[in-house]
Design a protein around this ligand. Structure first.
Ligand code: ATR
Length: 249
């Protein structure tokens, strides 16, 4: 859809790599003349490893979702954080500056968005994770605005933005987010998306909180990758709308 907008004629294919065959897959794509790859789970760390160089934001995230192939050179980038920030700012009208943020999860998805969130000048970020040690490790990266907290204790204050970066909803599990974490103007954001709202989204909605899923982030991270490849920033709103319609059809 982005290419159609820009009048660019390209081939875009969905390819499933073998669990231990990601590098082979990328080399095969290079041999076929492909110039770029959008990479999703569980291959984002492999994508960083296969690259000959990486952007600072991919190195910081320890993972890549975008590869650019130029002859023998493969560059890794990570547009997830930029995609989230753009979705929050442009599509949802959420200002991050001065925000108190609760980030749920301490895996790859949380790590990928932490620094981009900090770059947008929040008042603070509390990381809460099922396994407290992982939250502490992520919070120990050296920014005084970041703290780790057991999820049960996170309710000692309310947050302006609560981001679910766990994969709990994939297993259909609810997250024990204390009701006191939400206030009337909170935004509850789930990085997952699907036909149905996640357990986290239903829980937040039941508390009267504004809720968003990660479909906008999906489209925005792709737009950022497309911009890197083609130098054209696509209009994302019509694409988000079309995907939403397709998801709920
Ligand atoms: P990703 O790259 O998608 O972040 P990951 O590195 O496996 O994947 O991390 C998954 C995250 O979801 C982790 O924060 C994980 O918590 P743990 O560190 O305690 O494993 C969290 N998670 C997964 N399933 C969960 C569940 N059922 N309840 C709460 N948190 C869950």
């Amino acid at each position: 859809m982005f290419a159609e907008q820009a009048g660019i004629d390209l081939t875009y294919e969905r390819i499933e790599a073998q669990a231990d065959g990601f590098a082979d897959c990328v080399h095969h794509l290079r041999a076929r003349g492909f110039r770029g790859v959008n990479v999703t789970l569980p291959f984002k760390e492999d994508a960083l490893r296969v690259a000959s160089n990486a952007t600072p934001r991919a190195l910081r995230a320890g993972a890549a979702n975008t590869l650019t192939i130029d002859g023998q050179r493969i560059e890794a980038d990570n547009t997830d954080g930029a995609g989230l920030l753009r979705d929050l700012a442009e599509n949802l009208g959420k200002t991050i500056a001065g925000c108190h943020i609760l980030l749920l999860g301490a895996g790859g998805a949380a790590r990928g968005v932490l620094q981009p969130l900090l770059d947008a000048n929040p008042a603070g970020v509390v990381i809460a994770n099922r396994t407290q040690e992982r939250a502490m490790a992520l919070a120990a990266l050296g920014d005084a605005r970041v703290h780790a907290m057991p999820i049960g204790q996170a309710g000692e204050r309310a947050f302006d933005l609560i981001i679910n970066a766990t994969s709990a909803s994939l297993q259909g599990s609810a997250l024990p987010v204390p009701a006191a974490c939400f206030h009337g103007k909170s935004l509850a954001y789930d990085m997952m998306y699907g036909a149905q709202p996640t357990g986290f989204m239903r829980q937040a909605a039941a508390r009267g909180v504004r809720v968003a899923d990660g479909l906008g982030m999906l489209v925005e991270q792709a737009a950022e990758a497309f911009f890197g490849w083609h130098g054209v920033r696509p209009a994302t709103a019509p694409v988000i709308l079309a995907l939403r319609r397709a998801l709920t059809a």
